[in-house]
Design a protein around this ligand. Sequence first.
Ligand code: BES
Ligand code: MN
Ligand code: MN
Length: 456
Amino acid sequence: MDKALAYTEQHFDRFVDELKDFLRIPSVSTDSRHAGDVRKTAEWLAAHLKVLGLSKVDIMETPGHPIVYAEQMVDANAPTILVYGHYDVQPPDPLELWDSDPFDPQVRDGNLYARGSCDDKGQLFMHVKAAESFFKTGGAPPLNVKYIFEGEEEIGSKNLPAFLEQQKQLLDADVAVVSDTALFGSGVPSITYGLRGLAYVEVTLQGPAIDLHSGVYGGAIENPINALARMISDLHDDDHRITVDGFYDSVIGLTPEERATFASLPFDGEEWVREVGAPHSKTEKGYTALEGTTARPTLDCNGIWSGFTGEGAKTVLPAKATAKISCRLVPGQTPQEITDKLEAHFHKHAPDTMKLTFTDLHGGHGALVPTDSTAMKAASDAMEGVYGEKPYMVRCGGSIPIVADFKRILGQDTVLMGFGLDSDAIHSPNEKFGLDRFRAGIDSIIRFMSLYAKTN
Ligand code: BES
Ligand code: MN
Ligand code: MN
């Protein structure tokens, strides 16, 4: 382990240069114009892994973007880890808000700026470099490693569950390891044990067949924007609770111990929201901002459009209005259950003056992983070795739906050892990743592999 750590120290600048090459390829999975770039990224990654000397490296096809698979089997009696990451990225728009080109990585003040630097190319690359550090200093990692890097996480990992079903044997391992979450704070180590799920829908209200003159028809025809806006605002009550019938029925609530731990964490909700420019926080009554963002379900309108939004004024009564709405779910809630309840709610409350169309866009399950497993203990000790203090056990508000599938399909728990920060601007302009965290991540992974290897 010491040799591997020294190797990382010695070669770190080159690691950063290689990460820049990886980030230069615009692997935007949602944009079909970038399908060739997504494939090129998979090929780049596979070629990089091959050079390291892994015994097996494959690009495996799916109906969508390819999966990069690699493995190094060392000893049948040693534990096996399955490392997962995603090499696809979010679109960079709006481009004009970036201080440097999203696909021309730049280091400023110790941070590497580029789309995907944190989510998740930079974080998956920590695993690649940890493996290299073992390979180049006296041989293979001390345990069996399998790598699965997908190109469709940002579009819902549509083809990955079927891949897990088909490749159960290939992917057999003792535990999954994922670096795609955030630290609790800068220099504050943490391991994530909970993720939220997601239910994403689209709702359209259609009144008349075409846009109308609001002077001629206004007063006899109900306006779809007005009606949709009312329905959306009625989705929360005065306590900021969601009014959809049965929405909270299957929520697995926080335990008193968890609430006590959350309360003891170094976190100020008011300060945290001020950092992003909001004057005050707003959370479901009875819960703290930290609980609200990580362990309570939410409902947000993500987009809404209709009518005239051009320059000046146009007196129009629009024919239809549409909104995209998503719910973050907590363990216990399933995407199907919540989507069904939303559909029933919208049908029940839509005015009879218009037609409602409801579309299920996609969903994913949340996850809770045990905090007392051998793998978690090894991860905790590994991070303590790097940071000099025990990591906090926290929940993250974002979603990585495949984590639930690792459990359901492969029977594997996941260790979520992520090194992002909430302020890394993932999915936003000027996404970044601190090079100190890139380094701490590699070191933590090297330590984790050594410690977990000794636990079989
Ligand atoms: N890495 C994120 C998830 C994440 C973000 C976890 C912050 C913890 C903290 C992941 O790439 C992502 O963006 N997931 C999507 C879900 C997906 C189904 C599109 C999300 O959370 O919106
Ligand atoms: Mn991610
Ligand atoms: Mn993401």
